[in-house]
Write a protein that binds this ligand. Structure first.
Ligand code: HEC
Length: 131
């Protein structure tokens, strides 16, 4: 796994490489909540690096990745009977919609910081309920 690159290396080159690898490798992962969560964790590390060293193309990719990861998680729980699964599916769907909207808006450092804070507060709120 090359996951640690984004969190240990702060240079834009490594961030870009990690993003490209992650996007290329993502479809090969079996859909499991743990694997999606670990992708989200890596994307969050990349997001922190982008905040420290902003560029709008990487910022957009971070939001696109959150959107597709969250959509995959929402789909995984969709159509399952339990109240918990329904709530997880809807929380992930909301996160996906928010990240998708952020990815399509022009991102500067301030708007990326705001969107990133919204996403990570979505992580925290769901974890405090279910993790
Ligand atoms: C809608 C609910 C929900 C949201 C939103 C969510 N998570 Fe999670 N997350 C969970 C649950 C449930 C677990 C426990 C999974 C398990 O142990 O099987 C978890 C576990 C994790 C783990 C531990 C994985 C492991 O291998 O044990 C990490 C890391 C993580 N989440 C990161 C994130 C990040 C980063 C975000 C936001 C970008 C996020 N999560 C958003 C529900 C959520």
């Amino acid at each position: 796994m090359r996951k640690s690159q984004a969190s240990t290396n702060r240079s834009p080159y490594y961030i870009a490489t990690a993003l490209i690898l992650a996007v290329a490798v993502a479809p090969a992962f079996a859909a499991s909540l743990k694997s999606i969560m670990s992708e989200m964790r890596d994307n969050t590390s990349s997001g922190k690096a982008v905040l420290a060293n902003f560029d709008s193309a990487s910022a957009k990719e971070i939001m696109q990745r959150y959107a597709s990861e969250a959509q995959a998680a929402s789909d995984m729980f969709a159509g399952q009977g339990g109240a918990k699964e329904k709530d997880l599916s809807s929380r992930f769907k909301q996160l996906a919609a928010m990240a998708d909207a952020a990815s399509q808006a022009p991102l500067n450092k301030a708007s990326f910081r705001k969107a990133f804070a919204e996403v990570t507060s979505g992580c925290k709120s769901c974890h405090s309920a279910y993790k």
